[in-house]
Design a protein around this ligand. Structure first.
Ligand SMILES: *[C@@H]1O[C@H](CO)[C@@H](O)[C@H](O)[C@H]1NC(C)=O
Ligand SMILES: *[C@@H]1O[C@H](CO)[C@@H](O)[C@H](O)[C@H]1NC(C)=O
Ligand SMILES: *[C@@H]1O[C@H](CO)[C@@H](O)[C@H](O)[C@H]1NC(C)=O
Ligand SMILES: *[C@@H]1O[C@H](CO)[C@@H](O)[C@H](O)[C@H]1NC(C)=O
Ligand SMILES: *[C@@H]1O[C@H](CO)[C@@H](O)[C@H](O)[C@H]1NC(C)=O
Ligand SMILES: *[C@@H]1O[C@H](CO)[C@@H](O)[C@H](O)[C@H]1NC(C)=O
Ligand SMILES: *[C@@H]1O[C@H](CO)[C@@H](O)[C@H](O)[C@H]1NC(C)=O
Ligand SMILES: *[C@@H]1O[C@H](CO)[C@@H](O)[C@H](O)[C@H]1NC(C)=O
Length: 431
């Protein structure tokens, strides 16, 4: 993929689109700030409203169908279908099969389904500074860390950590979510959690640029998180002939549209300016089963060091099957894109020594080792060290930013890499 300068006409178009978005923001609901995550929340029985996904389809000149979806805020009844694969006839990602991937992947949000859009950025000069934005369409029974007393399934969540190590988290429920994309009028993807001030837009048709816009009077947060990449999107098991899976586990989808990006954050947080450049990431997860009925534990992370971009995922399903997925492009060339759990080994450490594995709830490592087979006899070995805990409940779920150091071992040759930064997490739902 090549980087491009946006033609003026597109910028004007973007301005018009954003102006329409801003017009749609009305009747802002009262702010809700969560204190801590609440894992294993009780069954939530909010069942109001009646609308289903409304989908309008049209075609642009390239014949690619473009869609606008509306996701209602009340929990829906009935069964949810999810998107599980895409067509890849020439073992390649065509624009046509890729473009729908940032749209909703669940047909509705019932009490067991979720569909979320995740963005993060960590400063490359000081890993204590970070921003994470997640736009949820999820019931609290499907994602038990959401607030079960919240009647809207549409939650715009933000986590911020400052250079002094202090952090802020908060969320605002939306009244309606609109998600459009598919290349319509030069926009790959666009979303707006109405009434929250949170939206995103990706101009073009290759997912190389994203802008997440925060304009929240409730939280006093204003500004943008921008991502620019030249990497092709990452799917759980790489690209197969004819049909490529989107499932990391049965009925659990994952599309990583931005595996690693140059990130620029420019925000004002309750009057304090937060500005940094670093590494960024965007993915999307969905399922029609509650998270805890699919997953026992996982380690996930992404980072960059010395030209290597890395996305790692390693875990155990609820039936204790090993799960894994790894993506390693170097300077834009994909070296590894697999879901072979024997070629990626992620282990927790405490002061440099091995810690409890598989993890149980309450385990708090101070780092990880990540070992990835790049080619026969060639291993990338990483030390991931925690700099800051940026989210979590300290027990079932933890998310950190940190440093990456590492080596490439090719036969007898060991080459030390220049250090970098990472964003990573642990879910350990088993007691
Ligand atoms: C779901 O079903 C319940 C019970 O029948 C009903 O009260 C509720 O309005 C329904 N919700 C929607 C979104 O149709
Ligand atoms: C939600 O959809 C899933 C998948 O179709 C189904 O198994 C589940 O029973 C549905 N939940 C409700 C409450 O209808
Ligand atoms: C850290 O910085 C934030 C943002 O400027 C500020 O609100 C907070 O009070 C600071 N915390 C400490 C302990 O200095
Ligand atoms: C990311 O930033 C680096 C350093 O400023 C620059 O060399 C590179 O071209 C940028 N990449 C993209 C995709 O913009
Ligand atoms: C999305 O799911 C993948 C694996 O299924 C996981 O590695 C990643 O952490 C998930 N994203 C988030 C934000 O949890
Ligand atoms: C799951 O499998 C791993 C090895 O693959 C094993 O160490 C662990 O004890 C198993 N956990 C349970 C709960 O059976
Ligand atoms: C992370 O890297 C920074 C910059 O090199 C360094 O100052 C800091 O001590 C490192 N922290 C850890 C926990 O490795
Ligand atoms: C990784 O950590 C181990 C154990 O602390 C240490 O021996 C090794 O030198 C570290 N490697 C790098 C590249 O930082």
């Amino acid at each position: 993929m090549t980087m491009h300068i946006l033609p003026l006409s597109r910028l004007i178009l973007l301005g018009i689109i954003l102006a329409i978005f801003i017009h749609q923001i009305s009747a802002i609901p009262p702010a809700s700030f969560s204190t801590r995550f609440k894992p294993h929340a009780k069954f939530n029985t909010h069942n109001t409203g009646s609308s289903k996904f409304k989908q309008r389809t049209s075609s642009d000149t390239s014949g690619i169908s473009s869609c606008k979806y509306e996701i209602p805020s009340p929990l829906q009844n009935g069964s949810t279908q999810i998107h599980k694969s895409i067509e890849t006839p020439n073992k390649a990602l065509s624009t046509k099969s890729l473009l729908p991937l940032d749209g909703p992947q669940s047909s509705k949000i019932n009490s067991s389904s979720f569909d979320w859009w995740y963005y993060d950025a960590v400063s490359s000069t000081d890993a204590t500074e970070s921003v994470t934005v997640t736009l949820f369409a999820s019931s609290a029974t499907a994602c038990p860390w959401l607030d079960a007393s919240e009647s809207s399934v549409l939650i715009a969540y933000i986590w911020i950590s400052f250079a002094n190590g202090s952090s802020f988290e908060g969320y605002v429920p939306a009244t309606l979510a609109t998600v459009s994309g598919g290349g319509l009028i030069g926009v790959a993807s666009m979303g707006n959690w109405e009434g929250t001030g949170f939206s995103w837009v990706s101009i073009g048709d290759d997912f190389s640029d994203y802008e997440v816009i925060v304009d929240s009077d409730e939280m006093g947060i204003y500004g943008t998180l921008k991502l620019t990449t030249n990497l092709v999107p990452h799917l759980p098991c790489g690209i197969s002939s004819y049909v490529t899976t989107l499932e990391i586990e049965e009925d659990f989808g994952w599309a990583n549209l931005i595996p690693d990006a140059n990130a620029t954050v420019d925000m004002s947080v309750k009057g304090t300016s937060l500005q940094f450049q670093g590494r960024g990431y965007h993915d999307k997860n969905w399922s029609n089963k509650p998270f805890i009925s699919s997953i026992d534990s996982w380690y996930w992370g992404h980072g960059e060091l010395d030209g290597y971009s890395i996305v790692w995922f390693s875990g155990f399903s609820a039936s204790n099957a090993t799960l894994g997925s790894t993506y390693v492009p170097k300077d834009g060339t994909v070296l590894v894109s697999i879901c072979d759990t024997t070629k990626t080994i992620v282990r927790p450490t405490v002061t440099g020594s091995a810690a409890n594995y598989p993890p149980v709830a309450g385990d708090t490592p101070d780092g990880f080792t990540v070992e990835i087979e790049l080619a026969e006899n060639e291993w990338l070995r990483l030390n991931v060290s925690i700099v800051n805990e940026v989210a979590g409940d300290g027990e079932y779920y933890l998310r950190w930013t940190g440093n990456l150091t590492g080596t490439v071992e090719d036969g007898d040759t060991v080459r030390e890499l220049k250090s970098g930064v990472a964003f990573f997490e642990q879910f350990a739902l088993v007691e």
